[in-house]
Design a protein around this ligand. Structure first.
Ligand code: 1HN
Length: 370
């Protein structure tokens, strides 16, 4: 393979040497030796704060869903293509199927009675169900029902396939750490059986029966923290109740909400109290009618999906009205506010665990630096 030539731009910018034929010859010789001087690059390599290439952007559910339905009519799902998943490509990332520099997000569609074949990969994955039901995702042989409002995990290297047991199609949001895994050249992938073998349709998975009881862990497994949560599904009834209770406590004069009129919960790993997976944080937010959030900036990128209600989002200089199913991106360090007239419920995921682990996280909320 021929190496990509290095291009060094001589400029008249401050701090740059005077442009002479000798300087041009030096830069030319640097290029042929594949060398790059720091002094021409430092502004780009060391900005005073993060400048994400990812752009603020929104995808409308009313556009995504009919396109997924058309794919359902034209594109079979099976071995090779593996999933009928259509990725959101951030317009700042050069056409790659990446919603942010570290995160992948897609709408996945499974027709009536269809199966998606079993495989496993080192990338961590989750599903969030904005509407519908009838699909079971089978994770290491444990069938997990997917229903509206549920947040489901497929941590890295767990075999998984899906089967739609109903006569209706179903579409949902997939999130994975594919771009991060791709840049770091750390990915493995393996096929499983062509058929999804465990075709049970239990209301609750074995993983939930063992782990999803508030504040209770099986003694047989305590004291052994696992890198990802053992809970395969976080059910909407629990998320909804937790959010309602935060807002009710606020009414009663007690603490707990994130800010006035804004309840928020994080999905956590019961073996550590930390994030559900090593690379992905997930939260659910509920805002009362008439609330505007404080402007926040955070290191790392987030994607939100509106579950119910509507609001006006501001990210940097962009502003949009968003409603049921709409997705939007908040790139690293861009100021973000959300205002709602009638109230809004939002699912959020982000790459924050990476930066927490690397001690690179920063949050700035209006005047407060944390
Ligand atoms: C995958 O396994 C799923 O299991 C979804 O539903 C999206 C994107 C790339 C590679 C594997 C799934 C995926 C994926």
């Amino acid at each position: 393979m021929t190496p990509t030539p290095v291009r060094i731009a001589a400029t008249d910018a401050p701090g740059q040497p005077e442009r002479t034929p000798e300087l041009d010859a030096l830069y030319c010789d640097f290029e042929s030796e594949l060398l790059v001087p720091l002094w021409t690059e430092i502004g780009d390599l060391m900005p005073t704060q993060p400048h994400s290439k990812a752009l603020p952007h929104t995808w409308r559910w009313r556009n995504l869903l009919p396109l997924a339905q058309r794919a359902g009519d034209l594109v079979p799902v099976g071995r090779g293509g593996e999933r009928r998943a259509i990725a959101l490509a951030n317009p700042g990332l050069g056409g790659q199927p990446y919603v942010t520099p570290t995160l992948w997000a897609a709408i996945q569609y499974l027709g009536p009675r269809e199966d998606a074949p079993v495989h496993r990969h080192t990338q961590h994955a989750f599903r969030f169900v904005v509407e519908g039901e009838g699909v079971w995702t089978v994770v290491d042989g444990d069938p997990v029902a997917m229903r509206r409002g549920d947040f489901l995990l497929t941590p890295g290297w767990h075999f998984h396939g899906h089967h739609n047991q109903s006569d209706a199609p179903m579409a949902w949001l997939d999130g994975l750490d594919i771009p991060f895994a791709h840049y770091t050249e750390s990915t493995f992938f393996e096929f499983g059986p062509d058929e999804v073998e465990d075709r049970g349709t239990p209301h609750l998975s074995r993983s939930e029966r063992l782990w999803a009881h508030p504040g209770l862990s099986p003694v047989s497994a305590t004291g052994t923290p696992t890198p990802s949560s053992p809970i395969a599904a976080y059910r909407w009834e629990h998320t909804d109740r937790a959010l309602n209770d935060q807002l009710a406590l606020e009414e009663e004069g007690h603490p707990g909400v994130l800010e006035p009129g804004h309840a928020a919960v994080r999905f956590t790993n019961p073996t550590t109290g930390g994030d559900v997976m090593p690379t992905i944080r997930a939260e659910f937010h509920r805002m009362r009618r008439g609330v505007t959030t404080a402007a926040r900036r955070e290191v790392g990128s987030s994607v939100y999906q509106v579950f119910e209600g509507s609001g006006t989002v501001r990210v940097g200089e962009s502003e949009w009205m968003v409603t049921h199913g709409d997705l939007f991106v908040v790139p690293s360090w861009q100021p973000f506010t959300l205002a709602t007239d009638d109230g809004v419920d939002l699912f959020r995921f982000s790459d924050t665990p990476l930066f927490d682990r690397l001690h690179q996280s920063r949050i700035h909320v209006e005047g407060i630096r944390k």
